[in-house]
Design a protein around this ligand. Structure first.
Ligand code: SAH
Ligand code: SF4
Length: 356
């Protein structure tokens, strides 16, 4: 069973079918109000209802099992136990503005099987519910409030933890709307990173409920056949369809603040040579994407892949820069606690055994 557990919202509606719609809003607001720490503090609700909720709906949909902090103190990782006691991970990283970015998971494991990604080797256990996604923000808020010496502001959220968000798009959308409604996060502070599930990307173009967040496409290769070797789920005519999609996206959502970014994980000897960079330039020029973000490969135990040397990364970046393409390089954070991109694979299993 890979479906997500149901969420609190649906349970509440079934349990209290006669309650007015604003009741749910009061409850959701309470989840994100710092002074409220459990059902007993939500005094806008009657005592009887609070008692029922206390027994039947957990205040938090996920609870921490263990937390790890990097030596520098800039990255923290938590293993959370979900509604059915299955575990998943979430990461908090200090960003350039000395605020925090949360790297959230959307699934436990992932079915996409990208060959360089630790999550991919787990297969898909299940999708997360919208509560389990939204509550990762609540967990980190609480974590920070217990550490007043740290900056308190969570300024960004990126879907770059475990899982493929567009395979769990309804719950991802619900979680994003919750943050937009009840936190100070604006849509351009939230980035959905996707391997590129084309039918879902195409659906977004006509979905009135799709929030205007940023989208990053994990490209990794300018050509279909070579991409399929590292991203086995690459669909036929992937690049052509993706290029077409970027133009349609530009028409619907595009402006300077809502651009599409391509992510490109550089793997030594696989997709990192100068020729590859030149072919990438050609492809990018057929799209409306305005930026390429290169990610140095983070090492994953048991995989033969190695990271490109920095000198090689510079050559690769320069080819793009010379062609007028905006290039950034992702800083690797938290690799000492296996919290960097693509390293989330659970060293602690749900039975409580530490395996790595
Ligand atoms: N499934 C989504 C989001 C989660 S992965 C996606 O693939 O985009 C988040 C990012 O980490 C992706 O860009 C992915 O390509 C990258 N990634 C995966 N494994 C990695 C590794 N070992 N080193 C560096 N980046 C990696
Ligand atoms: Fe899944 Fe993204 Fe990892 Fe690919 S890179 S296996 S899509 S989490």
């Amino acid at each position: 069973m890979t479906e997500a557990p149901s969420n609190r919202h649906d349970y509440f509606l079934k349990r209290f079918p006669k309650e007015p719609a604003f009741r749910l809003k009061q409850i959701e607001k309470a989840y994100f109000t710092e002074s409220m720490t459990g059902w007993e503090s939500v005094t806008t609700l009657g005592k009887e209802m609070r008692e029922i909720l206390e027994k039947e709906i957990p205040w938090m949909s996920c609870t921490p099992v263990t937390t790890l902090s990097s030596k520098t103190g800039d990255t923290h990782k938590v293993v959370l136990s979900g509604m059915d006691n299955q575990y998943f991970e979430s990461v908090l990283m200090r960003n350039k503005r000395d605020q925090w970015t949360i790297c959230v998971s959307s699934q436990i494991g992932c079915a996409m099987g990208c060959t360089f990604c630790a999550t991919g080797t787990m297969g898909l256990k299940r999708s997360l519910s919208s509560d389990e996604i939204a509550d990762q923000y609540r967990f980190w808020k609480q974590f920070l409030s217990e550490r007043p010496e740290l900056p308190q502001r969570i300024s960004n959220v990126v879907f770059m933890g475990m899982g493929e968000p567009l395979v769990n798009v309804e719950n991802v959308k619900k979680a994003i709307h919750t943050w937009l409604d009840y936190t100070d996060l604006g849509p351009t502070k939230i980035t959905v990173s996707t391997v590129g599930v084309l039918p879902v990307l195409e659906g977004i173009l006509t979905d009135p409920d799709w929030p205007p967040v940023r989208i990053a496409i994990s490209l990794h290769s300018p050509e279909e056949e070579s991409r399929r070797k590292i991203v086995p789920t690459t669909a036929p005519k992937f690049h052509e369809r993706l290029a077409k999609w970027t133009h349609e996206y530009q028409l619907v959502h595009g402006n300077r603040r809502h651009h599409v970014t391509f992510e490109y994980t550089l793997i030594a000897g696989v997709n990192d040579n100068e020729d590859e960079a030149k072919r990438l330039v050609k492809f990018v020029k057929t799209t409306s994407a305005v930026k390429v973000n290169v990610i140095p490969l983070n090492l994953v135990a048991g995989k033969a892949f190695t990271a490109s040397p920095q000198a090689g990364i510079e050559i690769f970046k320069n080819v793009l820069l010379k062609a007028g393409i905006d290039v950034t390089q992702r800083k690797t954070m938290g690799s000492d606690i296996a919290a960097a991109c693509g390293q989330l694979a659970l060293s602690i299993k749900s039975e409580g055994k530490i395996v790595g």
